[in-house]
Design a protein around this ligand. Structure first.
Ligand code: PEP
Length: 254
């Protein structure tokens, strides 16, 4: 059964007190105002994960996640955080391959494939990001780029492992820019990605796969995006930093 997931990526924002206040507000609003079936995932900076996990532990539909993890289990990797540590803090999800990590930290598909392995080994779900730049879209190479990102990062997995993968399609030109892909553009790519998964695995694996859209999602465009048959939720950046705007996106998913 395909899950609907709305995840809020706080990136490097919110002090501890600000973060706790935001989670309190989100949890209260989701409880009071949302009766739909989507899962809500709060993805704060590492240092807040344990507290966020405890705050949402009693909720029926709110989970926590991390924005990244090491591909190593433990050892002399100063500044890194392992998937096992994330799991031990109560999180369920880890974003892998966000375009900011690919761009600023030179994370390649091969490198990300090892991070996906670390995530799955620790019984977490990977939210694997892919997406083309504006230049790649304008030169009409975006389908090749997406195929490479998805196949090199994920297709070493077995079908059983793949059940714990979510894909987030995030066109780089739409992240934090206020420019959203049209519903038709997003649906076209989501159907393409599902087709790749069907070709490599089978129809059932493809049908069960949650594919989120990310890139300037707001309450105003969420209803239309979520009406597309292959858009199963959103990975939200800017609008996840305020409770009202984030919960309004959650409420757009019936
Ligand atoms: C993101 O960073 O994953 C993202 C989609 O950001 P925004 O919603 O701000 O475009």
């Amino acid at each position: 059964m395909r899950k609907k997931i709305i995840a809020g990526n706080w990136k490097m924002n919110k002090t501890f007190d600000e973060g706790m206040a935001l989670v309190t507000e989100i949890a209260g609003m989701v409880k009071d105002e949302y009766s739909g079936s989507a899962q809500v995932v709060i993805i704060p900076p590492f240092v807040h994960i344990n507290a966020v996990s405890r705050m949402v532990a009693d909720s029926r539909n709110i989970f926590s996640g991390a924005q990244n993890c090491s591909n190593h289990d433990s050892g002399a990797y100063t500044g890194e955080v392992s998937a096992g540590m994330i799991k031990s803090c109560g999180a369920e999800y880890v974003i892998i391959g966000h375009s900011e990590r690919r761009q600023y930290f030179n994370e390649t598909n091969d490198w990300l494939a090892r991070k996906v392995d670390a995530v799955l080994k620790n019984n977490l779900t990977a939210i694997y990001c892919c997406g083309e730049t504006l230049e790649e879209r304008e030169s009409n190479t975006h389908f090749d780029v997406l195929k490479k990102q998805v196949s090199e990062g994920l297709f070493h997995l077995t079908a059983e492992q793949f059940a714990n993968v979510v894909i987030a399609y995030e066109p780089v030109w739409a992240i934090g820019t206020g420019k959203t892909a049209s519903t038709a553009q997003a649906q076209e790519v989501h159907a393409f990605i599902r087709g790749l998964v069907c070709e490599h695995y089978n129809n059932q694996v493809a049908d069960n796969l949650t594919i989120q859209y990310g890139g300037s999602v707001k309450a105003e465009n969420a209803v239309e995006l979520f009406s597309a048959p292959d858009i199963d939720g959103a990975l939200v950046g800017g609008a996840a930093l305020q409770s009202r705007s984030f919960v309004d996106i959650v409420k757009a998913m019936k």
